[in-house]
Design a protein around this ligand. Structure first.
Ligand SMILES: Cc1cc2nc3c(=O)[nH]c(=O)nc-3n(C[C@H](O)[C@H](O)[C@H](O)COP(=O)(O)OP(=O)(O)OC[C@H]3O[C@@H](n4cnc5c(N)ncnc54)[C@H](O)[C@@H]3O)c2cc1C
Length: 337
């Protein structure tokens, strides 16, 4: 069993930045990631969504180029090439993080982590066939999409009719009719992309406004711009059920309305990943599905720290508290959509 000063669960922006800081501060650090370094942000969130939107922007420019005195004839979108470019961008950035971790002396383990418990030596975490022991542990397991118990939704996810933020970034064919459930930032970005590349998009949102907690004036401007682009919005509407090719919602007047769909994006929010990796083996305090922490982002589990690593650790903790707070703010902002 290899001993570490710090074990990090999850290689997203919280985990990989923490690992870099820890490595540079001289802590013997291991980061355990079950999918890919970069987490949601680099692999299925911020970066790939912006890569698609950039392609849409270029395409939109070609459609309106005459306004700028530029003649472009016969422009078209090649969705497979767009997705391939997006994948290349992601691969480059993820590779870059791997190299930075190596340079910082951080060990990266690609496996699903399972916390076995804590004893006098430290936290025991199993990953693959190995058990790692850490004097400290950072939980950075991120978030996942919420799939509410709407009849037909889960079945739709299983057949591929309903997509989450992961699948929607890899569609190689543009759907004719696309329904987006949830008019928060993730739903709006994808509604905008697929509208630009030729899909007819309907956004169904329960609130009376889009873009979640965004400033009301900005949300209004956004709504106007999206409507001008041709996106349909059903506000104050609650999705009630899905069939194999349609979505039924209840509108403000209580009427039931059905819209046809070739693909549906479910983007109604995200929840913290706190189950399935042995948190219960530590008796960590939880609060409304999230790990309960103090103002320094520490859990209720006491950790004793050898003097030798305390200075480096204090320095790391200060940096991390700032960083993790920023990320938590971003994540909770996303959760509220
Ligand atoms: C579509 C979309 C677009 C977004 N766009 C933006 C944007 O433009 N700007 C912005 O600031 N934010 C954006 N976000 C939010 C941003 O992605 C998150 O705030 C950020 O990824 C959170 O980082 P994290 O490290 O906390 O978690 P995550 O990125 O979720 O990383 C957690 C990691 O932990 C791993 N993991 C979980 N359990 C285990 C386990 N048991 N063992 C091993 N590994 C495990 C996961 O595989 C994952 O890689 C977007 C999110 C989405 C979904």
């Amino acid at each position: 069993m290899e001993m570490f000063d710090l074990i990090i669960l999850g290689g997203g922006p919280a985990g990989y930045n923490a690992a870099l800081k820890a490595g540079h501060a001289g802590l013997k650090t291991v980061i355990i990631e079950k999918r890919a370094l970069g987490g949601v942000c680099l692999n299925e969130g911020c970066i790939p969504s912006k890569a698609l939107l950039y392609s849409a922007k270029v395409y939109d420019y070609t459609k309106h180029s005459s306004q700028y005195g530029v003649t472009v004839t016969g422009s078209s979108i090649d969705q497979k090439a767009v997705v391939a470019r997006k994948n290349k961008v992601v691969k480059t950035l993820v590779g870059g993080i791997g190299m930075q971790e190596k340079a910082a002396g951080v060990k990266v383990v690609y496996a699903e982590a399972m916390i076995e418990g804590k004893d006098s030596e430290g936290f025991k975490v199993k990953a693959g066939d190995e058990v790692y022991c850490g004097k400290q542990m950072l939980l950075a397991t991120g978030s996942m999409p919420v799939i509410p118990p709407i009849p037909g939704l889960r079945e739709g996810v299983e057949t591929g009719f309903v997509m989450t933020n992961r699948e929607v970034l890899d569609l190689e064919e543009i759907p004719k009719e696309m329904v987006v459930i949830g008019g928060g930032v993730i739903g709006l970005e994808m509604a905008s992309y697929y509208n630009s590349v030729g899909a007819h998009v309907t956004v169904i949102e329960m609130l009376d406004h889009i873009a979640g907690p965004t400033d009301a004036d900005i949300a209004k401007i956004l709504l106007g711009n999206y409507q001008k682009k041709g996106i349909d919005f059903c506000l104050k509407c609650a999705v009630k059920s899905l069939s194999a090719d349609s979505v039924t919602y209840e509108n403000e007047k209580g009427e039931s309305v059905t819209v046809k769909a070739d693909k549906v994006l479910c983007s109604i929010g995200r929840r913290a990943v706190t189950t399935g990796y042995g948190l219960e083996n530590l008796n960590v305090y939880m609060e409304r599905g999230a790990v309960k922490t103090d103002e320094q982002m520490k859990t209720n589990i006491p950790v004793s720290m050898p003097q030798a690593i305390s200075t480096a650790y204090q320095c790391l903790l200060t940096q991390l508290t700032v960083r993790v707070r920023l990320l938590s703010t971003t994540s909770s902002a996303r959760r509220t959509e």
